[in-house]
Design a protein around this ligand. Structure first.
Ligand code: 5GP
Ligand code: MN
Length: 339
């Protein structure tokens, strides 16, 4: 995003506009934090803003300021279509390609509102008039902070906006431990705390609201953990039957893949989660160092993401998906062993 872009956006936002803000399907902490952070900022400039998510999100995000105003496209389609059709500006946050919004893809694609993309995933598609893409960023929430800064409005960040942005920086950096956490990230976090974000409360809301069944499910996942030492790889599987047994709810498996990566000498971790309703196996991949799970997922599992965190899917059975995964490891032998 160059100076001219910023100037144009400033001019565009100088008078009240109808604005829609959209994150990716199955939104996570960064998706909800960044859309709501931007939403509250735009309200301060008297815009008519609305966050529309493609579908629902986990309960541990259902306390973030402004969350109850969010519309969900899959259950409120007509209302959302009308708003999108009438929008002057559409912000797309925390994703790199319109198909990442699931069923919203068609209406977003044909819509002629001015689109502004803000995202930190690899290889952004070319659909927006204004693109703020930076794969080195810890999170889209950090980018919203920079965006507000570029517009000269840091002083408008209050406790509400600070809380939203803190959420996504915290969740996307694994609580400030991933390598994407820079000194700038910490400076921004310090500023957000000064502006009123309550770090202990936020952490508590996100991480310390487990149900007993969620912990039982985690126990089941850890029991299923397998290690392949020659490829420094660990993987976990969860069948639909196991998910049902522990009354699985959206978000219950979030972060579980990281346990595989916490093993000494493991640089690649995967989790395979059966979803009988969608007829797919949802895959999450994590890595350490230079091993790119973005590349692996793009090549074999119809997905993508970042170098060290990516998602994908498979239409094979759970067993066959795992067999496929194991069968491709030899082709990555060098990269895995010299990482
Ligand atoms: P997760 O494993 O937590 O679902 O996703 C890890 C990262 O990869 C997130 O940043 C997520 O946005 C991204 N991601 C997940 N699934 C996909 C996918 O199917 N395609 C792409 N391009 N990115 C994905
Ligand atoms: Mn993100």
């Amino acid at each position: 995003m160059n100076k001219q872009d910023i100037k144009n956006i400033k001019q565009l936002l100088a008078t009240p506009k109808k604005i829609i803000i959209v994150p990716h399907k199955n939104p996570d902490g960064d998706a909800i934090g960044s859309t709501l952070g931007l939403y509250h900022y735009l309200l301060k400039h008297k815009h008519q803003a609305k966050v529309i998510t493609p579908n629902d999100y986990p309960n541990f995000l259902k306390w973030i300021p402004g969350e109850t105003s969010i519309l969900k496209y899959d259950s409120q389609t007509k209302e959302c279509d009308d708003l999108i059709d009438n929008a002057d500006v559409i912000f797309t946050l925390d994703f790199n390609a319109l198909h990442r919004t699931g069923h919203m893809e068609t209406i977003l694609e044909k819509n002629d509102a001015i689109k502004i993309l803000i995202d930190h995933h690899q290889e952004p598609h070319d659909y927006a008039q204004y693109v703020f893409s930076d794969v080195s960023m810890s999170s889209t929430c950090q980018m919203i902070y920079h965006f507000i800064d570029m517009l000269g409005d840091l002083s408008l960040i209050d406790e509400t906006i600070a809380t939203c942005l803190y959420v996504g920086i915290m969740t996307d950096t694994g609580s400030f431990r991933f390598s994407s956490t820079s000194s700038t990230t910490h400076r921004i976090i310090a500023d957000l705390i000064e502006k009123g974000a309550n770090n202990a409360d936020i952490h508590n809301h996100i991480y310390d609201t487990n149900s007993y069944q969620r912990l039982q499910l985690l126990g089941c996942a850890l029991n299923n953990l397998k290690v392949i030492p020659e490829y420094r790889t660990a993987y976990i599987s969860l069948s639909q039957e196991e998910l049902n047994k522990y009354n699985f709810k959206k978000g219950d498996t979030e972060g579980v893949v990281n346990y595989g990566l916490s093993l000494d000498n493991v640089v690649l971790a995967a989790i395979f989660i059966e979803d009988k309703q969608e007829g797919i196996i949802k895959i999450s991949l994590r890595s350490k160092g230079n091993f790119s799970v973005n590349a692996l997922s793009r090549s074999h599992f119809d997905g993508g993401g970042h170098i060290n965190a990516a998602g994908g899917r498979s239409e094979l059975s759970l067993d066959d998906t795992i067999k496929k995964f194991i069968s491709i490891l030899p082709s990555y032998s060098n990269a895995l062993n010299y990482e």
